[in-house]
Design a protein around this ligand. Structure first.
Ligand code: BG6
Length: 488
């Protein structure tokens, strides 16, 4: 495995800990070696020392997923001994010549691009030019991190560039949300149970809410985030992965192409909004100072490396429609943001209410809506909300919950979420990776919002630690609906 950007944050926080977990589980081949490539002055020895220092720090942090397990020294030593480093400039052809020599006769190589996105196209072209992507004796695959493009045109251009030198079967466009167990379980919930599928459509579902709220601010990513914003950072990728899992048609099989085809089809069916609709159906927000999860956050505009007059959104809410037979007329409300009152990623399916006719002589004007909530993180689980009679002489109905909680049923070892993705890339399973068309359909669906916002519209303020801008509530209230409170 060759990791470009090996001295960066992603490599040490996620890739190396995931490889450690794969080593622990006996899922890495004996001949596995990792070669890091970056601008820094490490050699094999100092790279190993640095990674050892860092993994101990992560393991000591009991709030991190990784830190929940005890680090086994013999396991770490085994992996650490396989780590190497090569200093190199990503744009210099000499780097690829030297890399070719280090790789030598190795048959199978996974190139992992954990660099700034501006290098993606260059690295792939240079690898190909140096003959390193030729699959003569084994396989050669390239994993590309997000963001894949910053709008439709740039995503298309990048796809064109890399597809000139690689086959689609060599490209693994990563979206780490697909590494989450709860996201993979959406397909199992829907398709391994006869219970849900018959009611999973416009006849029975009133609307769908997809939420990814975070309590953190932009932290030390101001430069990246200010040029990106919540829409680009989360929507065409993570939010649409959740949307496609929940809304796709059943694939003919669990074969990677069958699954990827259905996911792409449903994203293709997202209705493209006119400029007026795009403004009407979106709300942008930016956080102001406030207290969030016990920490004080400053105004977004005061965060390091953020422009003092920035109009970048740290919150976005959208109303989308999927124009196909299953979903026509069912709104999909999506919201994501930073500095909010709770960390909460969930998908809520609201079912149509029952007719109240049976209860017309009772003091019941509306029945509590029933719904299914897939809690992606934290407190991973699934809950069914429905109405039940409150014990007593009068007919009163109250909403109650039936809960399934992962932690109660399954004992799983701590994981970063990248283990499955790395394992799949090495075994050549592309199911959890995005195909070119899927990426482009995603950007195409958000492009009308980017275009409309570039011309104007309001960026609403919201207090850090709140549920987001008041205007986001209006987006649903005008349809007679309401967001589920965050963190419930
Ligand atoms: C990343 C975004 O892709 O996903 C971040 O760039 C965001 O801004 C993160 O915080 C959320 O991922 P998770 O797994 O913490 O929900």
């Amino acid at each position: 495995m060759v990791v470009f950007g090996a001295a960066g944050d992603l490599a040490k926080r996620l890739l190396i800990p995931s490889l450690y977990n794969l080593t622990r589980d006996g899922l890495l081949d004996k001949g596995f070696r990792l070669l890091g490539v970056d601008h820094n002055d490490f050699d094999d020895q100092s790279f190993q020392t640095e990674q050892t220092r860092f993994i101990h720090a992560v393991a000591a942090d009991k709030t991190s997923e990784f830190g929940k397990a005890k680090l086994s020294e013999p396991t770490w030593k085994r992996l650490c001994g396989e780590l190497g480093f090569m200093k190199g400039d990503f744009e210099d052809p000499a780097t690829y010549q030297a890399l070719g020599q280090r790789i030598g006769q190795t048959a199978n190589v996974l190139f992992y691009l954990a660099t700034s996105p501006r290098f993606f196209g260059d690295i792939v072209e240079q690898l190909a030019k140096a003959g390193l992507t030729k699959q003569a004796r084994g396989w050669r695959r390239v994993v590309i991190e997000k963001p894949f493009g910053h709008d439709l045109a740039s995503a298309k251009a990048l796809n064109r560039r890399i597809l000139k030198v690689l086959g689609e079967d060599q490209i693994f466009r990563i979206d780490h949300f697909l590494g989450k167990e709860t996201v993979q379980n959406i397909m199992v919930t829907r398709f391994a149970n006869g219970l849900f599928e018959p009611i999973w459509n416009r006849d029975h579902i009133d609307h769908v809410q997809i939420t990814a709220s975070e309590t953190v601010g932009v932290e030390d990513r101001g430069a990246f985030y200010d040029a990106t914003g919540a829409l680009r950072d989360m929507t065409p990728n993570h939010m649409f992965q959740l949307l496609s899992m929940i809304a796709m048609e059943p694939p003919n099989s669990f074969d990677a192409e069958a699954v990827r085809t259905e996911k792409a089809r449903v994203i293709d069916a997202i209705k493209l909004q006119t400029p007026t609709q795009a403004l009407h159906n979106s709300v942008r927000g930016q956080y102001h100072a406030g207290a969030c999860a016990g920490r004080r956050l400053v105004d977004y505009r005061q965060e390091p490396r953020v422009a003092r007059d920035s109009r970048t959104e740290t919150y976005v809410a959208l109303k989308l429609e999927i124009d196909n037979w299953r979903w026509a007329g069912v709104p999909f409300y999506i919201r994501t943001g930073k500095a909010l009152s709770a960390r909460d990623t969930e998908i809520a399916i609201a079912f149509k209410p029952a007719p109240t006719v049976l209860f017309r002589d009772q003091p019941v004007s509306t029945l509590p809506p029933s719904g299914l909530v897939l809690q992606i993180q934290p407190n991973e689980g699934i809950s069914l909300h429905f109405g039940a009679k409150v014990p007593g002489e009068e007919m009163r109905i109250s909403g109650v919950d039936m809960d399934f909680c992962y932690a109660d049923w399954f004992k799983t070892g701590p994981a970063t979420g990248y283990e499955t993705l790395l394992y799949d890339a090495m075994t050549g399973d592309q199911t959890l990776f995005q195909r070119a068309d899927n990426i482009e359909f995603g950007w195409r669906a958000v492009q009308p919002f980017l275009n409309a916002w570039a011309k104007g519209g309001v960026v609403h303020g919201y207090k850090a630690g709140s549920e987001g801008p008041a205007a986001a509530a209006t987006l649903l209230e005008r349809d007679g609906r309401a967001w589920r409170p965050l963190g419930t």
